[in-house]
Design a protein around this ligand. Structure first.
Ligand code: FE2
Length: 376
């Protein structure tokens, strides 16, 4: 059953030892960063921001940085087969490597987290160029995923030292994506609670919502989930683990094909989901399809909403309500050939939850896809 533990806004009983200003960037390791950057620009409306590679002194890999409003993606590819990133790609395929968090003090963030048991990924490192300095540090989280702490208040350049501005003649129009709403991790059997404890103890997060296998199950498969939030609520990381069902959980399929724990989906916020999803669909992004029966009684469940139902149904957008308002959401199909990472597009109209009322319809849609791949 769903348990509301404590809203993030009432969690100021202790000093937040890891104050976060939000997501700084999401870095993807990909097989071909040049083409991936083109894809995210074309299909999602990102703009060129910065580039690093052999021409800027980074001899072993290339990174393209793209941006839309407060969303920054970094797409990185190794240049040689013996590079550690090549081994990461061989094992996991394309996926999220870094969930980078903006901080005031990257040295203190590192000290606070590693002294509480966080495993070091990068000791505090100062990067400098003519635009100032960025301080980076990082710790490991689930699987091969890492959190970087980014301190950039003394930096004026486009991204960070080592990168040059990327000017392009190809600048597709934006699609209205604004910022990262939440990032979901899939972890292995019996690993949800250890990772919940990691976020509590090492990063000072709180468990704000819990879903058990009764909430998130269909006739065939199940999963469990706990939502972790930092003190100010800017950063939210739900953690999923598979649960026993008649057939294979979608989380197990992810673990099989990612070959380990990793980021399942990144939820991107918009203020106009109908516009955003119209644009994304017109540019070739595919979403899970929702049966017409979902829309027959959805307004009985969620009550009055500002939007007309017809465009929501046409696009396959889901609706849910909690005590504070409602939300509109839709889930893409995986963005790579392995059935691993996908995106959620979400518009919040007061609601602070994650669409529990849609879980059944959503997971049935996921299972149809999983079945078509022969993995259910
Ligand atoms: Fe989500």
């Amino acid at each position: 059953m769903q348990t509301l533990t404590a809203p993030a806004s009432t969690m100021n009983d202790t000093v937040d030892f890891l104050p976060l200003q939000g997501t700084d960037y999401v870095e993807f390791y990909v097989g071909n960063a040049k083409q991936a950057a083109h894809f995210y620009k074309t299909a999602f409306g990102f703009q060129s921001l910065a580039y690093a590679g052999p021409e800027t002194g980074m001899k072993d890999r290339v990174s393209y940085v793209i941006r839309q409003n407060k969303l920054t993606f970094v797409l990185t590819t190794p240049l040689k087969s013996d590079h550690p990133i090549a081994a990461h790609l061989h094992k996991h395929g394309d996926g999220v490597k870094v969930l980078a968090l903006r901080v005031d003090d990257a040295r203190k963030s590192y000290q606070e987290t590693t002294s509480r048991g966080g495993r070091s990924y990068l000791e505090p490192t100062v990067l400098k160029d003519e635009n100032g300095e960025v301080v980076l540090s990082g710790i490991h989280t689930y699987g091969d995923t890492v959190h970087m702490f980014v301190e950039r208040h003394n930096y004026k350049g486009p991204f960070m030292p080592g990168f040059r501005k990327w000017e392009s003649n190809y600048n597709p129009t934006e699609t209205g994506l604004l910022y990262v709403d939440h990032c979901v991790g899939n972890v292995g059997w019996n690993q949800m609670n250890p990772w919940v404890e990691f976020y509590q103890n090492v990063m000072g997060f709180r468990n704000i919502l819990s879903f058990d296998d009764k909430d998130i199950s269909t006739e065939y498969s199940a999963l469990m989930s706990k939502v972790m939030s930092n003190g100010n609520g800017y950063v939210k990381f739900p953690i999923n683990e598979p649960a026993e069902g008649k057939k294979k959980s979608q989380v197990e399929e992810f673990l099989d094909f990612y070959d380990g724990e990793g980021v399942q989906h990144v939820a991107l916020a918009t203020n106009d989901i109908v516009h955003t999803v119209n644009e994304l669909q017109a540019r070739g992004i595919e979403f899970l399809s929702i049966p017409a029966s979902y829309y027959e009684d959805v307004l009985d469940r969620v009550g009055k909403i500002d939007e007309d139902l017809a465009p929501l149904q046409k696009l396959g957008i889901l609706i849910d309500r909690d005590d504070e308002g409602y939300l509109l959401q839709i889930f893409s199909k995986p963005l790579e050939d392995r059935p691993t990472l996908f995106f959620e597009i979400i518009q919040r109209k007061g609601a602070k939850s994650f669409g529990k009322g849609n879980f059944k319809a959503l997971f049935e849609a996921l299972e149809r896809e999983q079945d078509a791949r022969g993995n259910l």
